[in-house]
Design a protein around this ligand. Structure first.
Ligand SMILES: Nc1nc2c(ncn2[C@@H]2O[C@H](COP(=O)(O)OP(=O)(O)OP(=O)(O)O)[C@@H](O)[C@H]2O)c(=O)[nH]1
Ligand SMILES: [Mg+2]
Length: 394
């Protein structure tokens, strides 16, 4: 009996990944997208066994990939007894339904997977409420579509089957729960706002960046706090704020949820209040994992998300972290500029960008004092502008 329990606890769900290759998308990008999806599956506790891709202009309206590809996936899933199939984009409610009917196993899309990871990681009441709200909002249209679809098929008075009224009931329950959660979030927001107001006008610095770049490691290093950091996606879901003092100058440093490509829209919406700290910050420290082969794409994703939440116009310090692990990679032999050494990259970046940047290793504690100095100078500058008569203090 005990042995059996042990076995089930150990069994990892197996997954097959599906992505489409749109025109203009390079093989390298496709590989990178699927690797990231695999990392997400791993973070959620699953094991990726195989990936399927298909070149197409745009996803099929009914089944996302073509029917031939779907048959190929079905044969594999059946033969290998795969537990779930994960799509790299958000599926429409009808795509989800059609694919589920065809494959007969659990279907997840990227949004659903991210929501699942968030749900497993949420710690505070605020994060839990935000994730639940996003999950219900994701679910709602998937019920509604099913409902209208049934209604159209049946029609006529007295034709309402029990299944249909059940969906209607579910829908009403979900809508009630959504408004309840929104109310709860409003209350939490109010409390947080009061807390933030009590923080005596200190300069606020926010760490932002793609997920897993080392934000929490930097937070811990600079503020000597202990924020949970690990090599998984979305280790941090809440915002932590710490008072930091560098050479007698106090300021606030915050660490928050990391961004990712194709972050589900509902989730960004629901996490807006967690990101208040970013929106209200005086300066952003944009942390980049310079050892990641596609860190420049990640920078763009972060900037897009900052635009989304209305925080793009702030002063930024760019921190290229993980310089210990940087490797000049030869992605394409015809494009030698992609083989830059760290030194060359530094020069190119500095030449093209006005905002200050620094290269560090939070893990190996390299260049940390220079980073502290940069941070200090920026905070002093902002402080002097805000409190012109106060500067004698520092
Ligand atoms: N090689 C190397 N690894 C690092 C460095 N800094 C952080 N890491 C590792 O990168 C992983 C992610 O670090 P975190 O600090 O959790 O990253 P994060 O940006 O807070 O991630 P999320 O909260 O998940 O968005 C951990 O395994 C760290 O040990 C560094 O300078 N070099
Ligand atoms: Mg973190």
């Amino acid at each position: 009996m005990k042995q059996k329990f042990y076995d089930t606890a150990l069994k990892q769900e197996t997954a097959v990944l599906v992505g489409i290759i749109t025109p203009g998308q390079t093989d390298e990008q496709t590989k990178e997208y699927l690797e990231e999806l695999e990392f997400l599956v791993e973070t959620a506790g699953g094991k990726t066994v195989k990936s399927f891709t298909q070149r197409m202009q745009r996803p099929e309206r009914a089944t996302f990939v073509g029917t031939g590809k779907l048959e190929e996936i079905q044969a594999y899933v059946k033969a290998e007894e795969i537990d779930m199939v994960v799509f790299d984009d958000e599926l429409s409610p009808s795509q989800l339904r059609n694919i589920e009917a065809e494959l007969g196993v659990k279907i997840l899309d990227r949004s659903n997977l991210i929501l699942d990871i968030f749900a497993g990681r949420a710690q505070t009441a605020q994060a839990k409420t935000q994730v639940e709200l996003a999950q219900l909002q994701y679910l709602l249209p998937r019920l509604t579509r099913l409902w209208t679809h049934l209604e159209r098929q049946k029609g006529g008075i007295g034709m309402r089957g029990p299944g249909e009224s059940q969906i209607e009931t579910d829908r009403r329950l979900i809508l009630n729960k959504i408004s309840l959660l929104k109310e709860r979030l409003k209350e939490i927001d109010k409390q947080n706002e009061t807390q933030r107001k009590n923080r005596h006008q200190l300069i606020r610095v926010a760490l932002v960046g793609y997920t897993n770049v080392g934000k929490s490691t930097i937070m811990n290093m600079i503020s000597k706090s202990e924020v949970f950091a690990e090599n998984k996606l979305f280790a941090t879901l809440d915002t932590t704020v710490r008072k930091v003092v560098i050479e007698n100058l106090p300021f606030l440093l915050s660490d928050t949820v990391g961004f990712i490509r194709k972050l589900p829209h509902h989730l960004v919406e629901c996490f807006k209040s967690t990101l208040d700290e970013v929106r209200e910050a005086d300066v952003l420290v944009h942390v980049v994992d310079v050892s990641h082969p596609h860190f420049e794409d990640q920078i763009n994703t972060v900037n897009e998300t900052l635009k989304d939440i209305g925080a793009i116009d702030k002063p930024v310090i760019t921190v290229f972290n993980k310089m210990d692990a940087y490797q000049p990679t030869q992605i394409n032999p015809d494009e030698p500029e992609q083989m830059l050494t760290l030194e060359e990259f530094k020069h190119t970046w500095m030449a093209a960008n006005n905002s200050p940047a620094i290269f560090i290793s939070a893990l190996k504690k390299e260049n940390v004092d220079e980073f502290r100095k940069l941070l200090y100078d920026k905070v002093v500058a902002l402080h002097t502008v805000r409190y012109p008569y106060d500067h004698l203090l520092y």
